[in-house]
Design a protein. Structure first.
Length: 86
């Protein structure tokens, strides 16, 4: 019984990884009209060219920058170490 519980916990941890959710926010959104005045927003597009291709591919809509995209986290700059001569 313990083996089944441990295996279930490991499988759940692998499928519910938080790193996978970060991949969905990209810099461009394709807003497409799906009929009846309803717009579908797809913000998983990495480049403007790919966004234009998705909108041209039969979907009526437009491309725009993702308002929630923060970009890659900047690497903090380390201060230069001062050398001491004895």
């Amino acid at each position: 019984m313990r083996i089944i519980l441990v295996a279930t916990a490991v499988a759940a941890a692998m499928f519910l990884s938080l790193c996978a959710s970060e991949a969905y926010e990209r810099p461009w959104c394709a807003l497409t009209d799906i009929g009846g005045g309803v717009m579908h927003e797809n913000c998983t597009i990495p480049t403007f060219e790919m966004c234009v291709q998705e909108v041209i591919a039969g979907n009526r809509g437009f491309c725009g920058p993702n308002p929630y995209y923060r970009g890659p986290e900047p690497v903090p700059v380390r201060g230069k170490r001062k050398r001491y001569y004895y």
